[in-house]
Design a protein around this ligand. Structure first.
Ligand SMILES: Nc1ncnc2c1ncn2[C@@H]1O[C@H](COP(=O)(O)OP(=O)(O)OP(=O)(O)O)[C@@H](O)[C@H]1O
Ligand SMILES: [Mg+2]
Length: 472
């Protein structure tokens, strides 16, 4: 007697006995195979037609399907199709007669897991069945470990708000194709995270994800960075070098801050996107690669086109699938989910332990308009963790700018009644702190950039932060 180990049960349904659906129209064979199945530690079900199989599939949600291909009312492939439509993960073992190996091969291509050539012994069936159940078990574990089943988000995103569900759905739907994706959204909304999610969800996931920030590089270097160059192409080009285009072959290319690429290069990029073909700087020989494009900008592309800074034809080439990242203030309680997540993560990094935020702190986090979006929220949380002892994170630990939670002008304008008149004269130190924190918010927490905005020295900001930390 041969028993399948109960290790095939899934975590969460301990001791679950696997259900095996046999789809076979020959009554004699059906009886025999059901007898085989009864000797294994599984519950057998039987369907004699495609129609019966269809209705049983959804009713019992089998663990494994044993499938004969030639059925009175159709072909076994229709059952494979039905499984896919019902989003069932049951591996399918195709049972075929000696003469139809080719259709077995075909059904493997159509998604079957394995095949058995009739006639087969009970033992042969049991081994194949045990393997199929093991595969299913491993796949399920893999799925619980990957972020798809993450209860509070998708891939690296945290958030369950309707605004983010829209983003997740577009990424899910568009990932499989090669269509170019254009991600827009305010600074710090997760545009780069979106590019990563698209890549990971795509059939190119095992290929490279190559990112290029079009604004971070001096103009004349961008072209060689992108397309590479031949030896001697320009002064200092001592050796030939592959560009990012070559490195992205078979994968995804993320063009960040696309609006900031200069116009002549935009023309070359357009050609590259249309044909997959480019020429390294200094070379006449075109090269061809297979690349999927995702690009992002935090500017309004249509404004950029009107201003003559962004080629319209390039925009339409890239804007096949648009994704608009919602501002953090449009995501409701996602703000709290994200804040709590990073509170724990940063605390772990700092060797501290925080037990969430108190209600007043959460109220303030919800009320603040987050002009620097998720990146700014991360900086605020990081600040709390670094500057405060372990325990519950309180409202007093939040930066002044969040505590004041002054709605942004665009919000005040929509808020029907006039806002309460602000206190006109306040201590200089409070005004100074507010200005610095506002600038830090705008700069996504980057002290250098905040200092530039305020036209002061970065060391001033560092010094002030130390003073506040002592005072808090
Ligand atoms: N929904 C989210 N959940 C968790 N972390 C997030 C989320 N969105 C963004 N982040 C984090 O916030 C930071 C900013 O995200 P990202 O760099 O993708 O933004 P961006 O839109 O590209 O910003 P920018 O326009 O300034 O380049 C990153 O550290 C990212 O991991
Ligand atoms: Mg970015």
């Amino acid at each position: 007697m041969f028993f399948l180990l109960s290790g095939n049960a899934m975590p969460g349904d301990p001791g679950d006995i696997p259900k095996v659906l046999l789809v076979e129209d020959d009554p004699t064979l059906s009886r025999l195979y059901v007898a085989y199945l009864e000797r294994a530690d599984v519950t057998p079900y039987h369907a004699a037609t495609v129609a019966e199989a269809r209705s049983l599939l959804t009713a019992i949600r089998p663990s494994v399907v044993l499938l004969d291909l030639l059925l009175p009312d159709g072909h076994g492939f229709e059952v494979l199709q039905a499984l896919r439509e019902a989003e069932l993960d049951a591996p399918v073992i195709v049972c075929t007669s000696g003469g139809s190996i080719s259709s077995a091969v075909e059904s493997m291509r159509a998604g079957a897991y394995d095949f058995l050539v009739k006639p087969f012994s009970a033992e042969r069936l049991h081994v194949t069945l045990a393997n199929a159940l093991e595969i299913r078990r491993l796949k399920r574990i893999e799925r619980t470990l990957t972020s798809d089943s993450k209860p509070d988000g998708f891939e690296s995103f945290i958030g369950v708000s309707p605004a983010m569900q829209v983003v997740y759905r577009i990424i899910r739907d568009a990932a499989a194709s090669k269509a170019a994706i254009f991600v827009t959204g305010e600074s710090g909304t997760g545009k780069e995270l979106a590019a990563e999610a698209i890549h990971r969800r795509s059939p190119r996931a095992r290929g490279p994800l190559v990112a290029m920030n079009c604004s971070a590089m001096p103009r004349d270097l961008v072209e060689s960075e992108l397309f590479g160059h031949v030896k001697g192409a320009f002064t200092g080009a001592l050796a030939a070098r592959d560009g990012l285009a070559a490195r992205a072959d078979g994968g995804t290319m993320f063009l960040d801050e696309i609006g900031e690429m200069d116009l002549p290069l935009q023309a070359k990029l357009l050609r590259f996107i249309q044909t997959g073909t480019y020429q390294p700087v200094g070379s006449d020989t075109p090269r061809t690669v297979d690349v999927r494009f995702v690009c992002a900008t935090n500017r309004d592309p249509l404004d950029e086109i009107r201003a003559g800074r962004f080629r319209e034809d390039l925009y339409y080439r890239l804007n096949v699938v648009p994704i608009t990242m919602p501002a953090l203030r449009e995501r409701g309680t996602d703000i709290i989910l994200i804040a709590r997540h990073y509170l724990n993560q940063f605390a772990a990094e700092e060797g501290k332990r925080f037990d969430g935020f108190d209600p007043e702190a959460e109220r303030l986090l919800m009320a603040y308009p987050w002009p620097g979006n998720v990146r700014q929220l991360l900086n605020v949380v990081r600040n709390v963790v670094v500057l405060s002892p372990s325990g519950v994170a309180t409202a007093a630990m939040l930066p002044e700018v969040v505590r004041a939670a002054v709605p942004m002008p665009s919000f005040a304008a929509t808020a029907g009644e006039p806002a309460a008149a602000p206190q006109r004269v306040r201590p200089m130190a409070a005004i100074e702190r507010e200005a610095i924190e506002l600038a830090l918010g705008e700069a996504g927490g980057n002290v250098g950039r905040a200092a530039a905005l305020l036209e002061i020295d970065a060391s001033t900001i560092y010094r002030k932060k130390r003073e506040w930390a002592k005072g808090a």
